[in-house]
Design a protein around this ligand. Structure first.
Ligand code: PXG
Length: 439
């Protein structure tokens, strides 16, 4: 059903978008079902990115739509401060059942950025509650993306997300990122090179002393920076060093959570349980904005010690545990489970890997990286004009009916987990054609 384009695109200041470039040549989506968007000019666009790494069960799934419709009609909102409503407790209980280890508690937020800031605050307050208030330093990683709050950009490592915003938060150090095209280009899955990079945490401890360090936050697989897969043994080593020094390990699973790697969470996939985990996106299949932080039992318990009439954590959002988000989330979990979508992603992962790596040798392709149903192709930048080749490939693919993400000269993909092999071929084939045609 074609809809008319509003005749003025000026008022909406678009996020993470070259506004003038977009408004001169807009790409407008007006409908969505399963694996496809409908564009404003009436074309079916195969969704190679699950929206923004989020719509893991596919678009407009009937069960989720109905759950949202009925919740919004029954009780559209109820507070979670000093009040409760059943679906928030039910959703939290079902979520923690899915999680590895003793990640037994869920704190609800509205986005990945809020989840990150929440997790950092819990980490700081936890040490204080344990009588170790000197542990205030936070460690992120170069090329990390942890959303756009001041906490998230402080621990994040993407320079354009940081350099405009002053001094953000003090007391933050960064581990080196693990991308090394010279050593590990075209690795299938986890690269063999780079485990030693985790030892940089030891160096930071030697510099500042463990007694000053609260937490380390990393994406198990970096998404936004272009599918940077951890070297074999790297996350295990980070876990060991954190344990040795009493430092909390936070996994930011906003992208890797909910089946992206073919298991519930990256923590399951890698067999490494963090102390805190942040999620959003796939939590509600992106139907309603929502995020969460999961905490291990010992962390929650550390807060439950003072007088019972005192609020244990002075933190929360008007919309924490919003009933419509909880309804969407419960229905989303049903769909994931009834359709075995995490297992489906695991079954498709080898096919996905082969499809992407078939592009090795194509002109201008300098690396291909993949894990689970995440994949990316790194292009050699046009000399003196970084990002133009990535944009060229992205717009050509869109014209050919496939939505991919481009970030600089990296083309990234992460389809809904309901993708078929034929659709994988269409995504990869379209990217191939677009790379061949692009300057
Ligand atoms: N952590 C991670 C690991 C993320 O990927 C956030 C936190 C922030 O989530 P919110 O909900 O506040 O946006 C993210 C978000 C992209 C892209 O294509 C990635 C994200 C968002 C938009 C675009 O790289 N990730």
């Amino acid at each position: 059903m074609a809809q008319t384009l509003p005749n003025n695109l000026e008022a909406f200041w678009m996020p993470f978008t070259a506004n003038r470039q977009f408004k001169a040549n807009p790409r407008i989506l007006v409908g969505a079902k399963d694996m496809h968007y409908t564009s404003q000019d009436g074309r079916q666009i195969l969704d190679g990115t699950a929206g923004l790494w989020a719509v893991n069960a596919g678009h407009c799934r009937e069960k989720i739509v109905k759950a949202v419709q009925s919740q919004v009609a029954e009780m559209e909102y109820a507070p979670s401060f000093q009040m409760g409503h059943p679906s928030a407790f039910e959703f939290a209980a079902r979520l923690v059942n899915l999680l590895p280890g003793d990640l037994n508690h869920a704190f609800f937020t509205n986005s990945g950025s809020e989840s990150v800031d929440t997790a950092l605050k819990i980490a700081l307050a936890y040490h204080r509650a344990k009588g170790e208030g000197s542990r205030t330093r936070l460690i992120g990683r170069s090329k990390g993306y942890h959303g756009v709050g001041f906490g998230g950009i402080a621990v994040g490592g993407m320079v354009n997300n940081r350099k405009f915003y002053g001094a953000y938060m003090p007391g933050v150090d960064h581990l080196p990122h693990t991308l090394n095209i010279q050593e590990a280009a075209f690795s299938r899955g986890q690269p063999a090179w780079g485990t030693h990079l985790a030892d940089a945490l030891e160096d930071i401890v030697q510099l500042h002393d463990a007694s000053t360090i609260a937490a380390v936050i990393v994406e198990p697989v970096a998404g936004s920076a272009g599918v940077i897969v951890p070297p074999k043994g790297y996350l295990e080593r980070l876990r060991q060093i954190c344990d040795k020094y009493g430092i909390l390990l936070i996994f930011d699973e906003v992208i890797t959570g909910f089946g992206r790697l073919g298991r519930g969470f990256a923590a399951d996939y890698f067999g490494v349980v963090p102390d805190l985990m942040t999620v959003a996106k796939g939590l509600t299949n992106a139907t309603v904005p929502a995020g969460a932080v999961f905490a291990r039992k010992g962390i929650y318990d550390a807060f439950m010690n003072g007088p019972e009439q005192i609020i244990e954590l002075f933190h929360g959002y008007t919309y924490s545990g919003h009933p419509v988000a909880m309804a969407a989330g419960l229905a989303t979990l049903d769909v994931y489970q009834e359709e075995g979508l995490f297992e489906r992603a695991a079954e498709l992962a080898p096919y996905w890997e082969n499809a992407w790596h078939s592009l090795k040798g194509l002109r201008n392709v300098i690396d291909i990286r993949n894990l689970g149903l995440m994949g990316c192709v790194e292009l050699d930048p046009v000399p003196g004009k970084p990002t133009t080749r990535g944009y060229d490939v992205f717009t050509r693919a869109f014209q050919k009916g496939v939505l991919v993400r481009y970030s600089g000269d990296t083309i990234a993909t992460s389809p809904p987990l309901i993708v078929s092999k034929q659709q994988i071929d269409q995504i990869v084939g379209t990217v191939e054609e677009s790379i061949k045609e692009a300057a």
